[in-house]
Design a protein around this ligand. Sequence first.
Ligand code: 13P
Length: 239
Amino acid sequence: MIMRPLIAGNWKMHGDMSWIEKPAQFDTLMPATERGHLDILICPPALFIAPMAASCFETNILLGAQNCHRAESGAHTGEVSAGMVKSAGADFVIVGHSEIRAGGETDEDVATKAMAAAKQGLMPIICVGESLDTRKDGQAESVVSAQIKASVPEGLTDYVLAYEPIWAIGTGMTATADDIKAMHAVIREIVGPNVRILYGGSVKPANAKEILGTENVNGALIGGASLEMESLAAIARAA
Ligand code: 13P
């Protein structure tokens, strides 16, 4: 099945209020007429979602959050709920990023967040990925399979799955095309034909074409190279 590629930028904790201009910059570099075949998504820090909503809407760029809380509301200082993300103007939310899992978030927590997001009409991007030790032990596929089974909530069909090997994030190391192909085939078996599977981990303009051309890769989740609109547009052009 041909799936519409999703090119997703995760800004992590980068930027300031001047960055709310970036969707307009992107649109100048790559107008909507050149990207009718794919989806562009930006996930800025939560504070910038509301001020970016209008320009993302005008430029046909999708907007997402990097995380949300599993509860609808309550005494959770510093947290943001899925409902708040939605009402600020986003349609997507990343859940289970390895940088948040590293703080103790479990697969069950991720599943609860994904469900909370879906209930608010947000599209969850559920992240999984193995550590370098796990890969060296030859356990990458079994660990990622188990993560998916426990992190995708029962009954949820509308979501995006992002495979981000932890050792490839922010390191400049990427999995080989063969490794990506093998892992994405395993993931496809579990998630079925209708879920977009993104690859993430040091995706750059230089490697985008090969990665995005790999079987069962339906897009990319991009950290560092999504901070500059020139490189994000170069990656999008490779899709
Ligand atoms: P980098 O592209 O900076 O390696 O980050 C990947 C990532 O974690 C996206 O969520």
